[in-house]
Design a protein around this ligand. Sequence first.
Ligand SMILES: [Zn+2]
Length: 285
Amino acid sequence: MSAGLTFLAVHAHPDDEASSTGGLFRLLADQGVRTVLVTCTNGEFGDAPGGIKPDADGHDADEVATLRALELDAAVNVLGVRRLVRLGYRDSGMMGWPQNDDPRSFWTAPVADAASRLAEVLREEQPQVIMTYNEHGFYGHPDHIQAHRITMAALSMLDYEPTVYFNAIPDSVMKVYRERWEQEDRERRAADEAKGVVREPEPEVDEDVEMGTPDDRIDAAIDVSTVSDAKFDALAAHHSQIADSFWMKMGREQFNQVMRVEWFVRATNPLGLEGCVEDIFAGYR
Ligand SMILES: [Zn+2]
């Protein structure tokens, strides 16, 4: 029974909905659950086509936003998202970038203002289950931190308490990812060296942010193996950002083998759920 069930996710950039909840979105849509995606920023400071970085010549922030809006439309279509709400804030760039201070940036938006805009959507939709990021924005990106802050602030503006989940990666899985990233990094550097290319180091994500969650503290493990094709297609729709990613390099077959589960921790628990659930609507059906 899925009648009357609504799921809402608050994501920072176009493509986050696919990478952390692509399987869940498609799975819920197939179950007849109403799904709503709130995307906070336009993603101006993602790569421009051809992997052009935001500080490089040829990167036009507004063009990137226009392209990413189209890519998001395509991904939303693949995932069966019923309603897409774009809050339209400007991407704040990575922590420490000058873009953080742009008065149009999501990072500088007063939390209360953005939260009331989100609360309006929440009141219209009345989702039983909401997903966003933890207080570290999962990996320390200012827009992800701000998505967390506005979501938590919006909750206090509601007259009911939904179940809120933060996305998570178990430590055991994070270890495998790290090894893969380090391997890619070594390969890239070796290739650069062979070609005599000297590259500016990539901005580091905050080393203090622990991205993994102890395996025994995962509260929801959703098997998305039956919809991993859709998740792959939704990621692929974000071509300008993802074409060069480790997901696409895996290829569809390996992706379907590896990306079988999406994990979450509970941030609010009005139903008093215990242990790790396999259904994000556990307690509501
Ligand atoms: Zn993001």
